[in-house]
Write a protein that binds this ligand. Sequence first.
Ligand SMILES: [Fe+2]
Length: 344
Amino acid sequence: MSEELGTLEDLPQDYRDELDRAGVAPLWPMMRNVLPHGAPQPVTQPSHWTYGALRPLLLRAGELTPVEKAERRVLVLSDPGRGVGAMQATSTIYLGMQLLLPGESAPAHRHTPSAVRIVVEGTGGYTVVDGERLPMEEGDLVLTPCGEWHDHGHDGDEPVIWLDALDLPLFVYLEGSYAIEGELQAQRNRPDASQVEYRAAGLAPTRRPGQRPRRYPMLRYPWTGTEAALRQMATYGEGIAELDYINPETGEDVLPALGFTAMMLHSEQTHAPPLRSSSCAFHVVLGEGETVVNGKVIQWGPKDTFTAPVFADISHSAGTEAFLIRIHDRPLQDKLGYYEERPR
Ligand SMILES: [Fe+2]
């Protein structure tokens, strides 16, 4: 195996000019850029957005820009490795913090990327997906999958803020990202599926011959249920309590590309996961602590968000009892056949 490959400068200028005119380039000077040895060399840098910094900026956006002028009033969390304005928090994950004020609505549309909302603050907000009205309570995870109509509304008295997580960067890269606009949806007069068909773990509506369940049967994962389940796991399980959000009909990840894992740390508990090939973002639902990502020390508090690139060396240390949701792209990597965990 050759360590040193030839460079562009090794080639005579007249030959390089001829290559330019022919619209071709030699592979060998740039091969290591796309096929580095042993592990990828991520552009993504670990980053941390405190809620204390984002919240006033978002509320000011509420004063400066009416929702009609924004459609979605969002501040995008840009990966510092790509610079402010980058529509990427990691290679595959878009993150935005969205504000909806009382009485406002965000118009209906549907698009090729899939989205998840993690509710950060406020009550009275709701998302309508394909006619199903999904209440948005703090910590809830609400899906708006690829191609599903969705709009947002707010019946409460205080601002509602949520974190949007999308697989948008992937769709932009694929030149497959677009949206279709529509009218606000008529809402079904019934609670959402998490309160009706999928009320209890391990129970699903009776299947009749030839009847296939909806592709996305449950669109809201209430935080109250997640927290209670984590507490039981933390009491009786071994190691750290972690739960994946899954489709209750198939047991698969909730979305095609992005996965979501809730975790609980006891006060003073530490956790150092294996090096994972997936990139990820952590959203702190409750608690305080410190995480070191590739040597960068991140002191986090409630409602903060931080990121880690692929194969990051991550060590968590909780100061108080803490609950986090990890957003990651393992489902995509599983489908592409290369998800990997390496020992530390
Ligand atoms: Fe959307």
